[in-house]
Ligand binder design. Structure first.
Ligand SMILES: Nc1ncnc2c1ncn2[C@@H]1O[C@H](COP(=O)(O)OP(=O)(O)OP(=O)(O)O)[C@@H](O)[C@H]1O
Ligand SMILES: [Mg+2]
Length: 302
């Protein structure tokens, strides 16, 4: 691909949430601080929400990588699970080996014993759920019951939820008010500002081995970021495409045209006024042609 052309050592704008590329932007640093504080204070429920592609999974991975030794972490990356499946998954993550013959009550008992045993060995146990908006209602309730497990002095299990904003809409329902009240720490990831986005692009290029001259000018980076509405995943997609177009032309630096070609090729990117006008005009011409043909055809038939 273009790595050699731009003298890069790895792909700068991969979509994988790779913590090596983590850039300490204000929203992500604040989210990490909220998570770390909440975990230190032993809160039962902690929640981080954010629009699609804002960096939740990346933060989730970074948090787990950086947990102090005393934390024992159970991780559920895909919690589309019934309450029973959720209990089995938690049991497995806690290292329980058990027979599938036992019923749900016995399973809950075993989970509690295991939590007590881990706690007695000085561990704090956290259950991390990514994509928590996918949890069915019953499983959200089962989760709440898990955090009822506690010793005289502290919770046996802390739960960290990473979710898209749909979760907040569901939690606003009255049937979830008990759970809602238990979420004492939460953080909502916002989109990046234009300055943050431009710095983000330069950071990823640097981690990928770019040296010296900037591939993107500040103006082009901001043009791209505006179309991406400050969403990191969209910024990655657009930057990667701009690099591809630039490489295809054999150019050494990104130009305005490369960025606009990337935007035009990406459905989810908002168009610049210029491109929007071009597309609208094209759509208008197309619609007029369809009407003209229909009119002519109707006239011909009659
Ligand atoms: N602070 C950051 N530093 C470096 N890369 C980031 C940062 N924030 C987001 N990214 C990158 O943006 C992309 C999208 O991030 P991620 O997959 O974590 O989003 P998400 O919020 O989990 O999305 P979804 O809701 O679809 O699960 C990834 O490539 C990730 O590495
Ligand atoms: Mg994710």
């Amino acid at each position: 691909m273009y790595l050699q052309h731009f003298r890069l050592t790895e792909t700068p704008f991969s979509l994988t949430p790779n913590t090596e590329f983590f850039f300490g932007l204000a929203p992500h640093v604040e989210a990490m601080q909220v998570l770390q504080t909440a975990l230190q204070t032993g809160e039962g429920f902690i929640k981080v929400t954010g629009e699609v592609g804002t960096g939740k999974t990346l933060i989730c991975r970074k948090l787990m990588n950086e947990l102090p030794e005393r934390f024992h972490c159970a991780y559920l990356p895909n919690p589309y699970l019934t309450p029973a499946e959720l209990r089995w998954a938690v049991a497995m993550e806690l290292g329980l080996k058990h027979s599938s013959q036992i019923d749900q009550q016995q399973l809950t008992g075993l989970i509690q014993q295991q939590l007590m045993a881990l706690s007695a060995h000085g561990h704090s146990i956290i259950l991390v759920l990514d994509e928590a908006q996918a949890l069915p209602d019953d499983s959200l309730e089962a989760l709440r019951l898990f955090t009822n497990l506690e010793t005289e002095s502290r919770k046996l299990l802390q739960v960290v939820l990473f979710a898209q904003p749909e979760l907040d809409e569901r939690l606003a329902m009255s049937k979830f008010r008990q759970l809602r009240q238990r979420i004492t720490f939460s953080y909502c990831l916002r989109a990046l500002t234009l300055d943050e986005s431009a710095a983000y692009i330069q950071h990823r290029l640097k981690v990928a081995g770019s040296k010296g001259d900037e591939l993107f000018t500040d103006v082009d980076a901001k043009r791209l970021a505006k179309a991406a509405r400050g969403i990191p995943r969209l910024i990655n997609i657009l930057s990667h495409k701009a690099l591809l177009v630039c490489f295809g032309e054999g150019a050494s630096k990104i130009s305005k045209q490369h960025v606009e070609a990337a935007i035009a090729d990406t459905e989810d990117a908002s168009l610049s006024r210029h491109l929007w006008l071009r597309r609208t005009l094209a759509a208008g011409v197309l619609i007029s042609m369809v009407f003209a043909v229909l009119y002519w055809f109707k006239g011909g038939v009659v």
